[in-house]
Design a binder for this molecule. Structure first.
Ligand SMILES: *[C@@H]1O[C@H](CO)[C@@H](O)[C@H](O)[C@H]1NC(C)=O
Ligand SMILES: *[C@@H]1O[C@H](CO)[C@@H](O)[C@H](O)[C@H]1NC(C)=O
Ligand SMILES: *[C@@H]1O[C@H](CO)[C@@H](O)[C@H](O)[C@H]1NC(C)=O
Ligand SMILES: *[C@@H]1O[C@H](CO)[C@@H](O)[C@H](O)[C@H]1NC(C)=O
Ligand SMILES: *[C@@H]1O[C@H](CO)[C@@H](O)[C@H](O)[C@H]1NC(C)=O
Length: 531
């Protein structure tokens, strides 16, 4: 038998390779496989001989002739050949069935064909497992090595992160070995492990995945940011302030605080400063420390000045009476507390205009009036400013003056029974008191207006008004002449130029008429004829 096989294998070697498909044929352990021939047996055959070569030995498997089939002992109950097409079915497969299978077919006409193919009995893929070389990763410090192992035959490995393939380049490398694959992240970054990593192992028959692996990556602190509830460079004393320190860090960083480079007892991301005092101004910073990465990072320095607010602003003014032209005066402005950095003065809401007479002291605390004048009356406001606010005080200054020259108004002439109103006025602070005289005789009227309800002839005469200021002790006088006419007299005297012209023309016309009449009558007289 062995010599026959040898013979056929020698023939087969020369008979071309289109008898069996090119291998290898893969089949799973424990399953069945069919090796399919490509030769048509329609015209009948004499023998189909399947042999198997593992290592060096060539062993018979099954021989099929028209007398029936003969199965080798080692394959009893495991093989069959289909008489119609010569296909070999083998199973359940064992590992030892891997190897080179040959078939020799002797056709009815005595010609023969030989072919061979490789069968690989694959172990199923199982136990795909990733083993990391560490349980937690320190960013930039750790070289992470992930080893993926699996059971099975002809395994190929694949790595994915969050379902996307891992790009192998630069710091990231992969090493394949029999039954394992090693993925290395040198100086690992948080982005290397920001999604679960899965290893899949497989062969042409099947594919298995590992459980997803997630490793905590410790990183930071980076971006340590110090912020405050106020951004002002100056802070009002007594106010409250909160500083906040934030950082990108995993695990969360522990925060420490520094004031003028001295560590504070406070810890935690917030530093509360309440009812601030001047000495609490200065430079603040925070340090973030990560207990895993052992890194400490400082924030930028924030600085501010604590300043007292200005309070108790008041204007000091003369307490004595001020008389225009006679007195000098100082207005001084002071605050009880707070550093003043700017002073300004307003009069009646506008910036105070200074002059040779009204002088502002060099430090702007005092307005000096070398003499006070009536135009200095008004409301003075002093404004004191510093970086944390502005306060002001006002003072109404009274400068006594007058009375100014008196104005006396009223009609010069009225008719009997007409009403008469004479009006006297004079600028004065305080307001003037008025008194009246008629033809030099004092009257009882003490008001600015002198009223006669129905004029009579004896009201004609000279009226005098006197304005007096009790504070300045000054008086001013003005006079007015009134004449009272008879009823209708005002109308005659009141003839207009037109009326006068009319009268003149009327008189002239009348005269002309008279003259004309005289002439006419003379001509009508009968003239005695000389004939
Ligand atoms: C042999 O092959 C033929 C054709 O492919 C098929 O019809 C037949 O069922 C097969 N016989 C057995 C025993 O499997
Ligand atoms: C990480 O590396 C730096 C520099 O080599 C080192 O100073 C630091 O201590 C390391 N951190 C840890 C947690 O080992
Ligand atoms: C004002 O000054 C004048 C002259 O200087 C003086 O005669 C007068 O008495 C003064 N008036 C008052 C009210 O002081
Ligand atoms: C006003 O202030 C000036 C300068 O301080 C001082 O010389 C003067 O006596 C003061 N005048 C009055 C009326 O207080
Ligand atoms: C007042 O004086 C005027 C002019 O001197 C005079 O005409 C008039 O009669 C006087 N009136 C009285 C009531 O004295």
């Amino acid at each position: 038998m062995k010599s026959l096989l040898f013979l056929f294998s020698v023939i087969g070697c020369c008979a071309g390779q289109n008898v069996l498909p090119e291998g290898p044929v893969d089949a799973l352990l424990g399953k069945h496989v069919t090796l399919e021939t490509l030769v048509s047996l329609e015209n009948g055959f004499l023998a189909i001989i399947w042999t198997f070569q593992s290592k060096s030995d060539v062993e018979p498997v099954i021989t099929l002739t028209n007398q029936g089939s003969k199965v080798d002992e080692a394959f009893t109950g495991m093989v069959s050949v289909n008489k119609t097409n010569g296909f070999l079915t083998l199973g359940p497969l064992q590992a030892k069935h891997s190897g080179d299978y040959m078939v020799s077919i002797v056709m009815a006409d005595g010609s023969s064909q030989t072919g061979d193919t490789v069968l690989r009995v694959l172990e199923p893929v199982s136990d795909v497992t990733i083993k990391p070389n560490m349980a937690e990763v320190i960013e930039l410090n750790s070289t992470v090595v992930l080893t993926c192992t699996a059971k099975g035959s002809f395994l190929k490995f694949n790595w994915t992160k969050g379902s996307a393939p891992i790009v192998i380049k630069d710091r990231i490398s992969v090493k394949e070995a029999e039954g394992s694959s090693t993925l290395t992240f040198k100086d690992a970054l948080r982005s290397d492990l920001n999604a679960p990593i899965v290893c899949s192992a497989g062969n042409r028959m099947e594919q298995q995945q590992s459980a997803p692996l997630s490793l905590p990556v410790h990183y930071g602190p980076d971006k340590v940011t110090l912020s405050s509830t106020t951004v002002a460079k100056f802070v009002r004393s007594g106010s409250n302030l909160k500083l906040t320190c934030s950082s990108e860090s995993s695990p969360a960083a522990t925060i420490s605080w520094y004031h003028n480079a001295v560590q504070q007892s406070a810890t935690g991301p917030e530093l509360s400063l309440s009812s601030l005092k001047e000495k609490q101004g200065g430079n603040y910073s925070c340090h973030a420390h990560n207990a895993k990465t052992l890194r400490t990072v400082a924030s930028e320095v924030m600085s501010f000045t604590v300043q007292d607010a200005i309070t108790g602003v008041s204007i000091t003014a003369p307490s004595t009476i001020l008389i225009a032209g006679n007195h000098t005066a100082n207005l001084s402005c002071e605050a009880k507390a707070g550093t003043v950095t700017m002073r300004s003065w307003l009069k009646d809401g506008r910036p105070l205009a200074t002059s040779q007479r009204v002088v502002l002291s060099a430090d702007k605390t005092t307005v000096m009036f070398k003499t006070v004048e009536k135009e200095d009356n008004g409301e003075y406001k002093c404004q004191l400013t510093n970086a944390v606010g502005m306060e002001s005080a006002t003072h109404k200054m009274v400068v006594n003056f007058g009375p100014e020259p008196v104005e006396l108004s009223g009609p010069e002439a009225v008719e009997v029974k007409d009403p008469v109103k004479l009006k006297c006025s004079s600028a004065s602070v305080p307001a003037a008191t008025y008194s009246w005289k008629f033809n030099g005789t004092a009257m009882t009227v003490k008001t600015a207006e002198y009223t006669i309800e129905h004029a009579v002839f004896k009201n004609s005469g000279l009226y005098t008004c006197e304005a007096a200021n009790a504070v300045t002790g000054k008086t001013a006088v003005s006079s007015h002449t009134l004449s009272v006419k008879g009823e209708g007299e005002m109308d005659e005297e009141g003839l207009t130029d037109g009326a006068i012209a009319g009268i003149v023309i009327g008189v002239l016309l009348a005269l002309g008429l008279v003259i004309g009449l005289l002439m006419c009558c003379r001509r009508k007289d009968p003239i005695e004829s000389p004939y």
